[in-house]
Design a protein around this ligand. Structure first.
Ligand code: S2G
Ligand code: ZN
Length: 464
């Protein structure tokens, strides 16, 4: 380490800066497999002033920084492989204020997503962005990756709930974006540039989150289907009759892994190749039953189960939300893809055909937010393959998968971000000119290239 850590800032205590290997290995990574973990230090700022001091230090000492939140990322966005200093927001996790008139919670970036959801409920409101990792993820990281999850079909993404944002840029300036206003027509909205920028333009130090009214009681319905392509017909039939809070899908392989991993019952006696999980207002159950009848008569679905209690809803949701954790032991090769909803059936078939023909030993585990076109393609590692060989084959396979995505003008990363994992494939979704503009924007907000400089923007592409 060729810099003096204790010169980071006059008011840092020794309990805020660590270099021991145990902490380096814990805070130097996220949930992404396959990358070297090699930070030089972990720093825990407690104030915005201290974040500004870290930026000044990094500029002065020409040190790379990697911002770190809940470390639940799946594209390596919080991985420190090259001696960077990890800036962890674990200790900036307070709710600073709540304003019921504007329904705005002002919080620090390290606030756990589930804690915000609980706080909103206690105030008689609702924070609708939700996903399996909400118990560990932090609001700052959710904003930096524009996290989506299971309720996007009705409530949108994190971006739709950020009313204001304070961010310290790579020059050490504090930008106070939008002040929590609903309307503010005064030029470029830097808030939306920072949302989804994956820590490459600035360090998020405060967020104004707008809440909404709590939904009425919900019902969960699980449907059994022979063909994934029929699920879009089901989606259309239901959507024409009632608003859906969620429309998820998963394959029988995914279900089998969850049943193996958890004490849960299969939703039906007879197994089917695919399942859809829907959630909607209980008041609309009659419309949902009519929609099911149409779908059953058309043979798009074969069976259905409706939750009768809160507990049953939770158990049915576990069938979907438990997938990621249940397949983790297979070190799956993950692709988080999106296409327009109308293209989902053909896209699923194209990917299945390609993998079956080219990698017959690979087990394709499909699941995801099919209701918003977001498909999680997880390939389970065959037991006989080493992790290294398996990931090598995964990287070899991906460009062909991304060709299929690109042919449908889809995205190679729907919600998990680009980070390190997808950086080299960015051109399958973004043009060279767009990447050139991204690089120019980064040079404005991070002219010293100290913020997650190895993430998101591929070297060489779009350079003059
Ligand atoms: C999901 C979680 C991460 C993954 O379950 O919706 O976003 O791909 C995923 O396992
Ligand atoms: Zn997801």
């Amino acid at each position: 380490m060729n810099f003096e850590l204790d010169s980071i800032g006059k008011n840092f205590t020794s309990k805020q800066i660590y270099t021991d290997s145990e902490r380096l290995q814990i805070w130097g990574k996220d949930w992404t497999n396959g990358f070297e973990i090699n930070p030089s230090a972990i720093v825990f700022p407690e104030t915005i002033e201290q974040v500004k001091e870290i930026i000044s230090f990094a500029i002065r000492e020409n040190v790379q920084l990697v911002p770190s939140g809940g470390r639940t990322g799946l594209s390596g966005g919080a991985v420190a492989s090259n001696g960077e200093i990890v800036v962890s927001f674990d200790r900036m996790n307070a709710i600073k204020s709540f304003n019921a008139s504007d329904k705005i919670v002002t919080c620090e970036p390290g606030l756990i997503t589930a804690d915000l959801q609980t706080f909103a409920k206690e105030q008689g409101f609702f924070y609708p962005v939700d996903f399996a990792s909400a118990g560990s993820s932090q609001i700052g990281g959710n904003v930096a990756t524009n996290a989506g999850g299971i309720k996007v079909i009705r409530y949108g993404l994190t971006r739709d709930w950020v009313a204001g944002l304070k961010v310290v840029t790579g020059t050490g300036h504090l930008l106070d974006c939008n002040f929590g206003l609903v309307k503010n027509a005064t030029g470029y909205d830097f808030r939306h540039l920072m949302i989804g920028s994956e820590g490459t333009l600035g360090l998020i130090v405060e967020v104004d989150i707008r809440l909404t009214s709590p939904p009425p009681p919900q019902i969960v319905m699980v449907l059994a289907a022979e063909h994934s392509k029929d699920l879009i017909k089901v989606l259309k039939e239901f959507s024409q009759r009632l608003p859906l809070s969620a429309f998820e899908f998963f394959s029988d392989l995914a279900l089998s892994k969850v049943l193996d991993h958890r004490e849960l019952k299969a939703p039906f006696d007879k197994r089917s190749p695919f399942y859809a999980l829907l959630e909607f207002d209980a008041l609309q159950v009659e419309e949902a039953e009519k929609a099911f009848e149409v779908c059953e008569k058309a043979a798009w679905v074969q069976d259905a189960v409706l939750s009768q209690t809160e507990n049953q809803s939770r158990k049915l949701w576990q069938l979907r939300e438990g997938i990621s954790e249940s397949i983790a032991s297979y070190t799956p090769y993950k692709n988080d893809l999106s296409v327009r909803i109308e293209d989902v059936p053909e896209f699923l078939e194209e990917v299945d055909t390609y993998v079956a023909n080219s990698y017959p030993d690979f087990e394709v585990c499909w699941y995801g937010h099919i209701g918003d076109g977001n498909l999680h393609l997880n390939i389970l590692r065959p037991e006989k393959l080493s992790i290294e060989k398996f990931f090598e084959l995964g990287h070899e396979m991906s460009p062909r998968i991304f060709d299929l995505v690109s042919n449908k003008r889809g995205s190679i990363s729907a919600e998990h971000g680009v980070g390190l994992l997808k950086k080299d494939f960015l051109s399958f979704t973004r043009s060279d000119e767009e990447i050139r503009i991204m690089r120019s924007i980064k040079s404005i907000f991070d002219p010293h290239q100290i913020l997650n400089a190895d993430k998101l923007i591929p070297a060489g592409v779009g350079t003059d």
